[in-house]
Ligand binder design. Structure first.
Ligand code: HEM
Length: 439
């Protein structure tokens, strides 16, 4: 019997081109989710809240639609796409049929889009909410089983700690999707509206941030930053301690104990920065091919935001009354740390991964990263006095923070879009698609 066409091994250049096309599709979908359902809705929400001077004036369903589009639609899509590509290139997973990657892309993008539509329009939400959660879970399971099949190398290889962080992040993502599907099914059967109840949403958000994208960033940072920053290789013992502390923090928060959770997350953030030697002097010239020379500054700023986010979460656990301290902590983490990291690392790796291209403009990268940090600073510093009723004037600053972040996001998308529109390098030249990780 003939094997199915998708299982026939492709020649090396053809497979390389196929992997690049798959990654490019994930990147484009992620950018679209970030820009329209994510950021535009976020700006709209913030302007509405600022004009009413109250967070409770806005539909929780719309707020959750924004959060879901950003975390699942943007960050989740990027992580799955980069996971398929980079784990294949590093030779850590067994070769897989590319059609699987495309099937999970289709299911994933439909699932995220349906969730956004259900939350915004409420049209047939009892049907759309569980279908969306089921499609997201199915897409992720295809990814999960694909990347779990390790290449057999004959010799027994010790698992590196950066890999443990990436695996923990993948497991965190899976648990999040299972909980999301269970809650969506329950709401569809028994609730009056599609939004997740506030208490459950708060706990899930800790898993959706610290329990998966933050762990993935730490894992890939440990792998890439020694080359990109010219820093000392990460310390395995401290990285392992970071993983354990973060796991304890997320578990405590999921159990509803935000005080203890925040204490562990502060320790995890400090340990991560120390383990990765973020604030230490570089030992070799950084490998900055194609990106702006301020790259190391932007990476360090991300870790400043990480520390701010963890400290604010401890304050929020004791003193938040109107959602202002939680909101500031969450955006220090999602905008300052996660988006800041993608805005810095994305231009370094994605042009190379998506066809050996050159970044369109390092100057645009600098503008996007600077505006993102400025917007985040305005947001985090004014959200607490505004929402918590400490200074009315702070309400006037919030819309400016939204505009700064919106311009930043648009410049980042434009830069990556123009980069992807450039011709790819000849597919034979596989050197261009890999990144040298050796110090
Ligand atoms: C232009 C940038 C952004 C704006 C204007 C914005 C605005 C908002 C607003 C107004 C809220 C409601 C709660 C609050 O006021 O704190 C919110 C919640 C949230 N945002 Fe953003 N945001 C932005 C970027 C991001 C990014 C980049 C992420 C993630 C990568 C993100 C993730 C979230 C999450 C998870 C929530 C909580 C949703 C929930 O309660 O379930 N936001 N955002």
């Amino acid at each position: 019997m003939q094997p199915p066409p998708s299982a026939i091994p492709l020649t090396q250049p053809l497979r390389e081109a196929g992997l690049q096309n798959l990654l490019t599709a994930y990147i484009i979908a992620g950018l679209l989710f970030m820009l329209l359902p994510g950021t535009f809705l976020g700006v709209w929400n913030l302007v509405s809240i600022s004009s009413e001077h109250s967070l409770s004036s806005l539909s929780a369903s719309w707020i959750q639609a924004h959060g879901h589009a950003q975390i699942f639609g943007w960050i989740g899509t990027f992580i799955i796409g980069i996971g398929y590509y980079s784990l294949s290139k590093m030779g850590t997973i067994a070769p897989f049929a590319l059609s699987r990657g495309w099937l999970s892309w289709g299911l994933w993008t439909c699932g995220v889009a349906l969730r956004w539509a259900a939350n915004i329009s409420l049209w047939n939400w009892r049907l759309l909410l569980p279908i969306s959660a089921g499609a997201e879970l199915a897409a992720f399971l295809i990814f999960f089983f694909t990347v779990s099949r390790h290449r057999s190398s004959g010799a027994h290889r010790r698992m590196e700690v950066w890999m443990m962080l990436v695996i923990a992040s993948t497991v965190g993502f899976l648990i999040l999707l299972v909980l999301n599907a269970a809650i969506a099914a329950r709401l569809a059967m028994a609730a009056a509206t599609p939004e997740f109840p506030h208490g459950i949403d708060q706990r899930l958000l800790v898993l959706a941030t610290w329990g998966f994208p933050v762990l993935a960033v730490w894992g890939f940072n440990a792998r890439w930053l020694p080359a990109f920053l010219g820093s000392k290789p990460a310390s395995d013992g401290s990285l392992l301690a970071t993983l354990i502390l973060c796991g304890l923090g997320v578990t405590a928060a999921l159990a509803g104990n935000f005080h203890i959770g925040a204490a562990f997350l502060i320790m995890a953030s400090v340990t991560a920065a120390l383990a990765l030697n973020i604030f230490e002097r570089a030992q070799r010239p950084p490998q900055l091919q194609g990106v702006h020379p301020a790259f190391p500054v932007f990476i360090r700023l991300c870790y400043v935001w990480l520390l701010v986010a963890s400290l604010l979460s401890a304050w929020a656990a004791t003193a938040d009354r109107n959602g202002g301290i939680w909101g500031a902590s969450r955006h220090a983490l999602t905008v300052g740390f996660l988006a800041g990291m993608i805005f810095a690392i994305g231009p370094r790796i994605l042009p190379a991964f998506c066809g050996g291209r050159q970044l369109f403009s390092p100057a645009l990268m600098f503008a996007a990263c600077s505006l993102l940090n400025l917007g985040c600073l305005l947001r985090v510093s004014s959200e607490i006095p505004a929402y918590e009723g400490l200074a009315r004037a702070a309400w006037r600053v919030l819309p400016y923070s939204a505009v700064a972040e919106l311009i930043a996001v648009s410049l980042f998308t434009l830069n990556l879009g123009l980069t992807l529109a450039r011709p790819a390098a000849p597919v034979r030249d596989t050197r261009l698609y890999t990144i040298s990780f050796s110090p």
